[in-house]
Every structure is written in C-alpha cells, then in structure tokens.
Design a protein around this ligand. Sequence first.
Ligand code: GLN
Length: 472
Amino acid sequence: MERHPKGLYLLFATEMAERFSYYGMRAVFTLYMVAALFTMEGASEVYGYYTGLVYLTPLLGGWVADRYWGNRRSIIVGGLLMALGQGLLFLSACVVRPAIHEAEGAIDPAVDNGMAVALMVGGLFFLVLGNGFFKPNIATMVGRLYRPDDKRKDAAFTIFYMGVNVGATLGPLVCGVFEGDWMNPTRFRWAFLCAAVVMLVATGVFAWLKNRYIVTHEGVPVGTEPTHHEKAAKHQLSAKEKQHIAVVFIIAVFVVFFWAAYEQAGVSLTYFADQQTDRHIFGWEMPTSYFQSFPAVFVVLLAPVMSLLWDVLGRWGHEPSSPMKQAMGLGLLSLGYLFIAQGVKDVEPGMKVSMWWLTGLYFIHTLGELSLSPIGLSLVSKLSPKHLASLMMGVWFLSSAVSNMLAGQLATLYPDGSPKSLLGFSIDSLEDFFMVFVVMSGVAAVALACMTPVLKRMMRDEREKKEVKSEE
Ligand code: GLN
C-alpha cells in the first residue's frame, strides 16, 4: 500500500488537539452551568443551542476559505478564536460565585453571577465562530493532499477520524479531573484553561509546520489562498458538477437521521446509563459520564479493522459504494437500538439492567459511525468542485447542526411518567422509546439503499466511467 503524505499526520495531530479541547470542555460544561448559573432545564437548552450552532457556522467558515482566505489561514483564525472562547470560559469560572442555596438546592436569586454568565456567553460565541472556521477547513485539507480520484482517500479520512476520537477520548478524561461542584464552582476554571492552552498550542504548532508538511506528494502547497485569477473567475458549474453537489445534499439529508439518533448518547442514553443501568464492575461503580467516551474509544479500536475490511472487500471487488456505506451506517444504528430494545423488554421504571446492553449498543453504533462519518467526509471531498470544497464541507456539517437540535427534541420522549406520543403513536415504555430510533434510522437506511443506484449514476463522471465498469 502506498504511504500517506506526511501532512495527513500534522492534520491528524491538529484535529486531535482541537477535539480534545472541544470534547474536554463539553464534558464539564453542563456540570459547570448547573453548579452555579442555571437550572438543569436551562443548562440543557444552552447545551442544545451550543452543539447545534457549532455545526452551523462551518457554512460561513467554508465560504470565507473558498472565496478569500484559503484553508490554512481559516484554520489559524478559527483556532485562535476557539482558544479565546475557552479563555473567556476560564475567566467566567474565575469570577463565578457559589449560588446554590444549600437548604433549597436551587439557585439563590440573591447571588449575582451576571458577570460569569456574560463571560460564558462571550466564550460560547467565539467557540461557535471559531469552530466554523476550523472544522470544515481541516477536513477539506485532508482531501486536498490527494488527487481527486486517489483510492487512498477513504483510508486517509478514516485515519484522520481516529485523530478526532483520540482527542475525544482524552479531552473528557483530562478536563474531567477538574470537575467542580456547587460549593466550589471556580474549580472548573482549570478544565477550561486546559482546553484553551491545548487549542493555542495546536494552532501554534500548525502555523509553524504547515509550510513544510501541508503539501501534496508532488510538493504543491495545499490550502493556500485562492489566486487572484481564481477569485476573479466566474465559476460556472457544469451539469455533472451540479449533479455531484446534489448527491452531497441528498446524502446530507439522510445523515440528519443518523446523528439525531446517535447523539442521544449525550442526552437520553445518559439518563438511561444513570437511572436504569447497573454500573458495578467488581464492586466499583463506574461514573455515568464514562459511558460517553465508549464510542470514541471504540472508534480508535475499530477504525483499523474497518479500514482493513474495506481493503479486503475491495480486493475481491466487493467494496460497497460510498452511498451504500452511508446506508449501512444507518442500518447499524437501527440494529444497535433494536439490540437495546430487547434488553429493556418488560423492565419496570427504576429497575436496572446489565451494562452490557448499553456497551453492545455503543459497539454497534460505532461500526455504523465508521461506515458513515469518515466515508462521508471523503465522499464530500471527492464530489465537490475544487473552488467550493470547503463550503460543501460546511453543507455536510449543516446536517449535524440540524441533528443536534433534533436530538434534544427526540430525547424529550424518554419515559418519565408523563404521557408521550409521536405521530399519533403513544410511547409508554423504554422499549417504545428505543423503537422510535429503530424505525427512524431503519427507514432511512432502506430508502438510501434503494436510491444508491441512482446516486452512483449521478456521481460517475466521464473519466471514471471506464474504471467503474471494470470494477462492476
Ligand atoms: N464525532 C465527530 C467529530 O466530532 C463527528 C461529528 C459530526 O459530524 N457530527 O468530529
């Protein structure tokens, strides 16, 4: 197998550090809010908006990069903005005052934490903006290290995706050490400071090494500003390019259903881990939040296996097409929920089930994630016209923005004693709740699988036609 360009590993490390910072902050963020600033409901709302908005701004960041700045500069600006955002959270946690009334267990209105809230909101603003400049552009550059039709792209994005998840595993572990509580909310500042410093160092290292490593095999610099000529050119899209763009949009719509079900990990599946899962291992009770790092750990462990699987299938001429891999991802998500639905059959509220059910679900979901997420990035990179590549990455992340907001809404169906219903069906038990996701992702999987032949036709371009024919 031909080796990957060195730049891939610089992008791997930079993204790993950024995701460390993102997920490290995310792991303690709601805890910080409820320790001194908001009620649980208020904190969940802020969390939902934040995780939704971080995936909306990549549209802006992608557009600015394609039109004016190029990927490299956008990443540096994005990285600095995020470090500033984390820095403001650090300041917020420096000035915060204990505010929970001990006897009532609720926020005491007499305590004024206005400054801490203002600094927090400012911090979130810069994080949302910074992520917009960072996230689509780093992914676009991975693709740009290779020729458009390079067969190693799926493998490259899978390696890159491991970087994402090494960061997502380590961030919460390290920042989680600095959890404060209602008596000592200022302790959280060290978690935010840690996220800020890692982000700053990563941006510095990237800025220092980019010229040396972010180049193609032929030594052509990647992710630089669009040339004067490119900026001035009127970019007419050919019919084929329009079809390629349409494929990205169509798949992005299906992917909404993937992340909306997958992201239950941070909400309803965490309630489930907390209230209905026996977390004892040899007498030790595992903290609920640890479950959230299961998918990230599984990604790191399973990514090489999946890469190998595609490789072997490819050699036999049976590697599924990219849209089919997306459908398989959705199918596996559905299967994961079907698995846990079996586990909670006849379980009464308050009864606890073995942690194997949740572990099994996350294992199956991760197989789905690896089939869908890195392959999706690679697909976007293959199908986007060069001058719109970063903007198209923004479109891809837009589906995550919608999903994160939808995930919160769907989580409200989690059984809590009050009557719930969806589209006229009543949801009375945990099994019903999980079946919502079985059906949702199952239907999306089948529909996408059925559309695959059409999508493949739309994706094909004249140059590839012969190649695809010989593959079939
Ligand atoms: N978990 C991945 C990341 O943080 C993918 C997120 C997404 O596309 N929604 O990069």
